[in-house]
Design a protein. Structure first.
Lengths: 486, 318
């Protein structure tokens, strides 16, 4: 055993690197060997190189409620990669494709005939009351009938190592820039290891995304459509990513103020006058897109954009109204959707979920609050959540009142003991809980870059991996061969 | 190119150039201080006042510092966050603009600009300043020049690059005119004569502030005179920091941006730069001194401000 891992304790969890009996798993063997020959100082130096490269490149996210000018932080990055063997990834990939196809079929159905409601699979009330359902778009046909072009589906592994879907992010999922940047950093830090492992590359993501965006261009602009990334601006926490993707695709990044709508067409203001825009990869939520239609106080959006979209002169990715598909109540019905639309069983199961809208479930939830994770249906980023076993009595009572007042808006899940991976924690390697967010693209076909963003809950014992809550990330290696033998 | 991108790139060019000129000015002034005879608090104060007048920053300074000391001036022009023209502010603004247009500039440029920003943010700048202000200003000057070099070597010489260049030369023309004007604000000690030893040594510092000492000596063969220095820094057509050189490049760049032939104009900023350019091309030092050097330089600065306004109205805020 090496010095880095010599006192490592996998604990009573599913550990990605070591089996329950403390044996290294086959696909991690090479890594362990490499670590065995590495003096602590070398590892420290590698960490410094990685950190410095993040800081120099400005790979930061913005933290709010910070009085100092220093509102940018680097995303904590852990050098020990998360490794996924080939067959395991193929299983995940099949599951994700199936899921995305079902979600897109569901969105089309919901905004047209609502067969799934008529046939009693999902109660109509759940759709109507979903916060991000947009009845204004009923009967509206969108370009190429694709609703979700970019989906970030969060996966976790339970105690037996089974992959489960925790949630879908069907609006503006972020994090892919960290996947691409951390890969570049890792290549710089561990060049030999890469060569020996046969890690599948991820760098075609930007080209794939551009293909998707060009694919949905309005018919009039088929030849050479102008595609842009729409960002809320440099103060947005994900601005680095918006700018990164624009650069990687070689397209303009615009803010709402750069765009104008004239005669139901969208233009950008350039130094040579107004130039037409055909496809917008928007990283702004529906609510802020167009002050004429949605929130009137939005300064981020473009007045008239939605009407131009309706007229078909401009396409949006993702489409308006996809939020109904990542509502946490609707989530419970995804396996049923897969069955209904595709006639298949879900390859990647959901986490067992109780709906407080259903009376028997609600009774169970209220009786077991201290043992459950409660989530509100439309929050993300780790907000609006109750971790029962760690909550104080008052927090539990607050949630009890909230659930009783608005049962539609809450779901509960048993506490899943997420899998752990070794991570460097200041002085030694310790097990930390992780999840995985692959990025699924849907254009002419469905494409997924191998791997995705592995997030780490850097705080000891924590199950919350969000960057706003102290989470970090790891590079995710999907292997080309079986176990990375040399 | 987006108008907003045009605006940001223009300001990257301006702020980097301004940071460089301010550091060179402060460095040279600090060295000049070493030559000062009868050095005491009062004479030192007299010594730093012209810097503030040159940068037109006197008013805000007085609000922030009731006491006028050399250290206060240095801190105000170098680090003060509330002074939008301090070196640190210039670098923060340049970096913020660069962040807004990262997709348009090269990664090398971004890393250099961000690196200089981090040098200020993490306290290294203040530390090095305390250890040796000369080394510190030298570093800032050098880093700014490095950013300009990396810009030319790694960025496509397209529209965005031309906007950076327009900002750079507009700022540099303005800075050189201000540095030259500095001499107007420096009082000669009583008993000293115009053209005397102290006067000449002050003019040499003006040259040094523009990195122009060596070039001047080579071209004028050692003869430092007030009108010689003024003529060189205003009218020379090949040294890259003279007002004429900068306005020539600015006019050339503006014409490249619009695609109009030089000597013609298709919009207001081009007309104004062409006019200023031909005035400088045909200026004589006798004429300038007859009008008064300070008044002449004031006029140049006013033209540059009008040009800046017209430029933004044409390309960015139409």
């Amino acid at each position: 055993m090496s010095s880095l891992f010599s006192n490592y304790d996998p604990g009573d969890f599913f550990d990605e690197m070591f089996s329950a009996t403390g044996e290294v798993r086959a696909h991690y063997r090479l890594l362990l060997e490499r670590a065995a020959g590495m003096p602590m100082e070398d590892f420290a130096r590698k960490r410094q190189i990685a950190e410095k490269s993040y800081l120099n490149q400005g790979i930061t996210f913005t933290v709010y409620n910070d009085k100092q000018e220093g509102t940018e932080r680097i995303f904590p990055f852990d050098l020990i990669p998360r490794i996924i063997p080939r067959e395991e990834w193929e299983h995940i990939e099949r599951g994700l494709k199936q899921r995305l196809n079902a979600l897109n079929a569901f969105l089309h159905d919901i905004y047209h005939d609502q067969r799934i409601v008529k046939e009693g699979i999902i109660p109509g009330e759940i759709i109507r009351s979903a916060k991000h359902f947009r009845p204004e778009f009923m009967g509206f046909d969108i370009p190429k009938n694709i609703y979700i072009h970019v989906c970030g589906t969060d996966l976790i592994r339970d105690r037996d190592g089974r992959y489960l879907v925790l949630e879908d992010n069907a609006r503006c999922p972020s994090g892919v820039s960290y996947v691409l940047e951390s890969r570049m950093t890792m290549k710089r830090v561990f060049p030999q290891l890469f060569a020996r492992y046969g890690v599948r590359p991820v760098d075609r993501y930007a080209q794939d995304l551009l293909d998707v965006l060009q694919h949905i261009a309005p018919a009039g602009a088929a030849g050479d459509p102008t595609v842009v990334v729409l960002t809320p601006g440099i103060h947005n926490s994900a601005y680095f990513e918006h700018s990164f993707l624009a650069r990687a695709m070689g397209i303009e990044i615009v803010t709402g103020a750069d765009l104008v709508v004239q005669s139901d067409r969208v233009f950008m203001k350039t130094t040579k006058g107004l130039k037409p825009v055909h496809v917008i990869y928007r990283r702004i939520d529906d609510d802020f897109l167009d002050p004429k239609v949605f929130r009137a106080d939005s300064l981020l959006g473009v007045p008239g954009l939605v009407e131009a979209y309706r007229k078909g002169t401009v396409s949006l990715a993702n489409a308006i109204g996809t939020g109904v598909a990542d509502d946490k109540v609707v989530y419970c019905y995804v396996p049923a959707m897969i069955k209904f639309y595709l006639g298949e069983e879900a390859i990647l199961p959901n986490v067992e979920t109780y709906l407080s809208a259903v009376e028997s479930d609600r009774k169970y939830i209220l009786e077991n609050l201290a043992n459950l994770v409660v989530k509100s249906a439309n929050e993300s980023g780790g907000y609006g959540m109750l971790m029962g076993p760690k909550a104080s009595r008052e927090e539990i009572e607050t949630f009890r009142r909230m659930i009783e007042a608005d049962p539609r808006n809450f779901v509960a899940q048993p506490v899943i003991s997420l899998s752990r991976s070794p991570a460097w924690c200041g002085e030694k390697m310790e097990g930390r809980h992780i999840d995985l967010r692959p990025f699924v693209l849907c254009g002419e076909d469905v494409r997924i870059i191998p791997g995705g963003l592995t997030r780490v809950a850097m705080r000891k014992g924590s199950l919350v991996v969000n960057s706003s809550q102290g989470g970090g990330s790891k590079d995710t290696w999907v292997l080309d061969g079986g176990e990375g033998t040399c | 190119m987006l108008s907003r991108v045009g605006d940001s790139t223009f300001w990257i060019g301006r702020y980097i150039e301004r940071a460089e000129n301010n550091s060179r000015l402060l460095d040279v002034n600090g060295q000049m201080l070493l030559d000062l005879e009868n050095r005491n608090e009062e004479t030192e104060r007299q010594f730093w006042l012209p810097i503030l007048s040159t940068l037109e920053d006197t008013e805000l300074f007085r609000q922030l510092h009731p006491e006028f000391t050399a250290a206060a001036v240095l801190d105000y022009v170098t680090f003060e966050a509330r002074n939008p023209n301090s070196i640190q502010s210039c670098i923060s603004f340049a970096r913020e603009n660069a962040r807004a247009v990262r997709d348009q500039i090269s990664s090398e440029m971004w890393e250099k600009i961000n690196g200089l920003y981090l040098y200020f943010r993490d306290g290294s700048a203040a530390r090095e300043f305390r250890a040796s202000s000369h080394d510190f200003y030298d570093k800032v000057t050098y880093e700014s020049q490095l950013i300009q070099g990396v810009t030319d070597a790694t960025m496509t010489h397209g529209e965005a690059w031309r906007f950076i260049r327009a900002g750079k030369f507009m700022e540099r023309a303005d800075c050189t005119s201000r540095i030259l004007d500095l001499k107007y604000h420096i009082l000669l000690p009583s008993g000293e004569q115009v053209g005397g030893n102290v006067d000449i040594s002050q003019w040499m510092y003006v040259l040094r502030s523009c990195s122009a000492m060596e070039a001047y000596l080579k071209i004028r063969r050692g003869d430092v005179t007030p009108w010689g220095v003024a003529e060189f820094l205003i009218c020379h057509d090949e040294f890259p920091r003279t007002i004429r050189f900068c306005v020539d490049r600015l006019d050339e760049t503006l014409h490249q941006i619009s695609g109009t032939d030089e000597g013609h104009f298709s919009n207001e900023p081009e007309r104004m730069s062409g006019l200023l350019r031909s005035q400088l091309d045909y200026a004589t030092i006798d004429g300038i001194f007859r009008q008064g050097l300070h008044e002449y330089l004031d006029g140049v600065q006013a033209r540059l401000i009008e040009l800046d306004v017209a430029f933004h109205r044409t390309y960015c805020a139409y």
